[in-house]
Design a binder for this molecule. Structure first.
Ligand code: HEM
Ligand SMILES: [Cu+2]
Length: 526
């Protein structure tokens, strides 16, 4: 089988990749780029944690520390987690799952990749004019007055927004227009529902960020008072604009994670997913509610008490569709024949860590509690449980799941499982103690701290080394499989969706030898 032509060997040479409009190749190029930035962002994280081994100066000074956490945050958010699953796995899998030859606009797809690369270059070039130290949130008036490459970094985020919009647009049109005959909306795998909901947020929220950032650039370069009180502007306005995008953006980050996990739980339980429609609709509900809760980031920014109470109440609503998903996944596993293969281990890791991340989000959404916890390590722990424990775990699970389809190779189960375990253990050691010290008042974004917090910081730092090692082990496991792995069968996990049942071991350039016709749902296992 593997001697046949497939999308990897159909065309050869650098140009055949650089100019490809094959969604699978574009997905792979995104995957490699995103993982490279993940390693870079991770390196910055380890430097941050190493600095925090002692209460005062360890390896860098205060200014450098501020630059490091800004770079870490900006890279992880804008170059890793937001494009993450949709641009890489989504691109690779979505047309295959729908029974389509490609996305609706293959050239726009390629353009989105190059816009991403351009954005990344602009972001990193900000280092040469002096690294930015505002935090990834770019809060005014500090960001309008501090020196360094603020304009470049903000321009980068602006550019990256277009990449995100292009991807979202492509997925929406593809889902509406290119489904195979018989692929009704409720026969679509839940991965598609999740990616589709994400795409809706991508195209509706991203322009708000773009305009906000543009205003910031205008203010900095032309000195027009928009956000800076000295010029007659309003700094809280920035926070409103910023979070009007960035709260929905956290669902741009988590919905694709949930989308992957829905597939993994069903396939590795070999059971029809429980509550298909509820899971599908809850994605849409999350996308909708995500636009109504941004004020929970501003409980202590001087908004009125009444507004605070309303945002707090609205925030609780998000817990409902998220809970619906969690319970439906649990019910799917119940009485299933679960196989604990590496992708499933990542999914179970997601389940455990995301539960903690989600529930602590409800703590933070509680107005009275957040007044105490705001800007402490409790917040840092919360969003890492969601972004890394949730999204990134699911991302890894998805990579291990679709790896045989992407490369035609199987990896070592032993090393796959070992790396998952290292990540789960290292993650908890790193971040659980941050809840404790946060609740005791350790503020975030500080390079020095009171001695009473040292033991927590040291545990956290040691955890981060285990965590880092776990991710590196996972990546090595995959890379080694390219050389040494056994050849994969066409459907190693006995899945029932089209990308496994109707393609070659490694799909051909236009995916299917003949147009698949769909006669049943995606979770009918035999
Ligand atoms: C791999 C292990 C990781 C470690 C050890 C780590 C560690 C840290 C540390 C020490 C900070 C600075 C906290 C402060 O001083 O307030 C931080 C901030 C942050 N991290 Fe991570 N991180 C990791 C992975 C990630 C990932 C994958 C993401 C992806 C979304 C992420 C997103 C963020 C964000 C958004 C911030 C906030 C930056 C800011 O406050 O400006 N981190 N992280
Ligand atoms: Cu939020």
């Amino acid at each position: 089988m593997s001697s046949h032509t497939n999308y990897l060997n159909a065309k050869k040479g650098f140009a055949s990749w650089a100019l490809t409009i094959d969604h699978k190749r574009i997905g792979l190029m995104y995957l490699v780029s995103i993982m490279s930035f993940f390693l870079l962002g991770g390196l910055f994280a380890l430097l941050l944690r190493t600095e925090l081994l002692t209460p005062a100066h360890t390896i860098v000074d205060a200014k450098r520390y501020n630059q490091l956490f800004t770079l870490h945050g900006a890279i992880m958010v804008f170059l890793v987690i937001i494009p993450g699953i949709p641009a890489s796995l989504g691109n690779f899998v979505l047309p295959l799952m729908l029974g389509a030859k490609d996305v609706a606009f293959p050239r726009i797809n390629l353009a989105s990749y190059y816009i991403y690369v351009l954005g990344a270059i602009v972001a990193l070039s900000s280092l040469f004019v002096g690294a930015i130290d505002t935090g990834w949130t770019f809060y005014t008036p500090y960001s309008t007055t501090t020196d360094g490459g603020v304009v470049l970094m903000v321009t980068a985020a602006f550019i990256l927004g277009f990449s995100s919009i292009f991807t979202g647009l492509n997925f929406i049109v593809t889902t509406h227009k290119l489904r195979a005959p018989g692929m009704t909306w409720f026969r679509m795998p839940l991965f598609i529902w999740g990616i589709y909901s994400t795409a809706v947020i991508q195209i509706m929220a991203t322009p708000v960020l773009a305009i906000t950032l543009l205003l910031l650039i205008v203010e900095r370069t032309l000195k027009i008072g928009i956000f800076d009180p000295v010029l007659g502007g309003d700094p809280v306005l920035f926070q409103h604009f910023f979070w009007f995008y960035s709260h929905p953006a956290v669902y741009i980050m988590i919905l694709p994670g949930m989308a992957v996990v829905s597939e993994l739980i069903a396939v590795f339980s070999q059971k029809r997913i429980f509550g298909y429609k509820q899971i599908a609709y809850s994605s849409i509900a999350i996308a909708g509610i995500s636009f109504l809760v941004w004020g929970h980031h501003m409980f202590v920014s001087g908004q009125s008490e009444l507004v605070g109470m309303i945002f707090s109440a609205l925030t609780f609503l998000v817990a409902i569709p998220s809970g619906v998903k969690m319970f439906n996944w649990l019910a799917t596993m119940n009485q299933g024949s679960i196989s604990f293969k590496t992708p499933m281990l990542w999914a179970l890791g997601f389940f455990f860590l995301f539960a903690i991340g989600g529930i602590t989000g409800v703590f933070l959404g509680t107005l009275s509690v957040d007044v105490h916890l705001h800007d402490t390590y409790f917040v840092v722990a919360h969003f890492h449980y969601v972004m890394v424990g949730g999204t990134f775990m699911a991302f890894m699970g998805g990579i291990f799941y679709w790896w045989p389809k992407m490369t035609g190779k199987m990896y070592s189960e032993f090393w796959g499982a070992t790396s998952t375990l290292m990540v789960v253990v290292g993650f908890n050691v790193t971040f659980f103690v941050q809840f404790l010290m946060g609740a005791q008042g350790m503020p975030r974004r500080y390079y020095s701290y009171l001695e009473q917090f040292q033991i927590y910081h040291q545990i956290s730092t040691i955890g981060s080394y285990i965590l880092g090692l776990g991710f590196v082990t996972a990546m090595i496991t995959l890379l080694v499989s390219l050389k040494k792995g056994q050849n994969a069968p066409a459907n190693p996990w006995k899945a029932a969706s089209l990308e496994w049942t109707h393609t070659d071991v490694i799909p051909i350039e236009h995916n299917f030898h003949e147009q698949p016709v769909v006669t049943e749902g995606p979770y009918e296992y035999r």
